[in-house]
Design a protein around this ligand. Structure first.
Ligand code: SF4
Ligand code: SF4
Length: 137
């Protein structure tokens, strides 16, 4: 099994620093790969990244919620969305995303479609070479 980063990820980057096998890779280009992605072949399911995420975006693969109920105010980020998000990441650097939508309290979102992009990123997407394009966003 592996852990999965879902569309609740807004690239805070706090998780990357704690992964003991360095398998969490920032997606690039950002508009095509807006999250950080976990390499499912390398993740050892240690769970260290989960409490580091201020947006609670990381789940064991078999616990990714099919019916996530929004608290209200949180963002999801997916390539087919066009909303704007600005923030500051774990290292104090600006985050700017244009692939977002802010959720309303009680809105229910199926997060299971977010599983496959974690696999695709490493199979057909940029994978580890994405680090070469990384600007810190
Ligand atoms: S800490 Fe959470 S929001 Fe930040 S990059 Fe990791 S998964 Fe994404
Ligand atoms: S569960 Fe452990 S090995 Fe897997 S991505 Fe998180 S920190 Fe890395």
């Amino acid at each position: 099994m592996t852990h999965i980063i879902t569309s609740l990820c807004v690239r805070d980057r706090g998780c990357i620093d704690v992964c003991p096998v360095e398998c969490m890779i920032p997606g690039n280009p950002v508009n095509e790969w807006p999250w950080i992605y976990i390499d499912p072949d390398t993740c050892i399911d240690c769970g260290a990244c989960v409490p580091e995420c201020p947006f609670a975006a990381i789940f064991p693969e078999d616990e990714v919620p099919a019916a996530y109920t929004a608290k209200g105010g949180e963002y999801i980020s997916r390539v087919d969305l066009t909303g704007h998000f600005e923030g500051t990441n774990h290292h104090g650097q600006p985050i700017v995303l244009d692939t977002c939508k802010q959720l309303e309290a009680g809105e229910v979102v199926d997060m299971t479609p977010d599983i496959q992009p974690n696999y695709d990123f490493f199979k057909t997407g940029p994978g580890y070479s994405s680090k070469d394009l990384d600007t810190g966003l």
